[in-house]
Every structure is written in structure tokens, then in C-alpha cells.
Design a protein around this ligand. Structure first.
Ligand code: AMP
Length: 112
């Protein structure tokens, strides 16, 4: 979608240092990091939110790549968290499905 900022990032229209990119997935650093490592992993296809992703292949693709990226960056040594905010009360602010990959500090629970 031409008016979706994450589509434009994934397509290279907005200059971005990709942590990872292939035909299906793009990953880049969050502009407002909430942890020493804060990466957004997104499908390159526009999907508005997890509520629009009933096809299980989307999840294999997205979470599988997040696990691969975490391993490549060595985040699995101390651990990390994956977060997917969905909709207004879920805290989603960008309407393109994205997985937050957070690491590098002790992360509190429950979330705020
Ligand atoms: P959420 O609140 O779950 O929808 O997460 C959206 C995230 O996108 C936030 O953590 C923002 O800081 C991040 N964000 C918004 N615009 C950009 C951008 N242009 N580049 C990188 N991260 C962004």
C-alpha cells in the first residue's frame, strides 16, 4: 500500500538499514527503541494487523524469521521477547502487522 509507512520501508522507498530482508519479510530497527535491541519484523505483503492474519503460513514466516534473526544476532544467549500489539487497546500504532523483537535488558512482566 503506497500510503503505508512500513510497506514503503519494506520496498526500499524510505532509506533504511535492514537487519534482514528477503522476498517475504523485512526487519529493521525501531526508531524509538524500548530496549538495547529493538527490531521490527514485518511481512512485506500488507497485512493490517494480527487480526487479519488467520493464514497460519503468515506466522510460520514471521516468527520463523524472527527466531533466525535473534539467533544470528546472538540474542538467544540471554533471551529476548517477541511482542505483537493488535488494535487500539493492544497498543498498535502502525496498521501493518509487525513483530517487536526486544532484547538486551531484563524485561518486566506484566506489560504496562
Ligand atoms: P506498535 O505501537 O506496536 O504499532 O509499534 C509501532 C512501532 O513502530 C513503534 O515502536 C514505533 O517506534 C515504530 N516506528 C514508527 N515509525 C517508524 C519508522 N519510520 N522506522 C522505524 N520504526 C518506526
Amino acid at each position: 500500500m503506497s500510503d503505508c509507512i512500513f510497506c514503503r520501508i519494506a520496498d526500499g522507498e524510505i532509506p533504511t538499514d535492514f537487519v534482514y530482508r528477503d522476498d517475504e519479510v523485512a526487519a529493521f530497527r525501531d526508531v524509538n527503541p524500548q530496549a538495547p535491541t529493538h527490531i521490527l519484523v514485518i511481512p512485506r505483503q500488507h497485512i493490517a494487523s494480527s487480526a487479519h492474519a488467520e493464514d497460519p503460513s503468515v506466522w510460520g514466516m514471521l516468527i520463523g524469521r524472527a527466531v533466525k534473526i535473534a539467533k544470528e544476532l546472538g540474542l538467544d544467549e540471554k533471551g529476548y521477547r517477541m511482542v505483537i500489539n493488535t488494535g487500539e487497546q493492544g497498543g498498535q500504532t502502525v496498521p501493518h502487522l509487525h513483530l517487536h523483537l526486544l532484547a538486551g535488558r531484563n524485561l518486566g512482566w506484566p506489560p504496562g
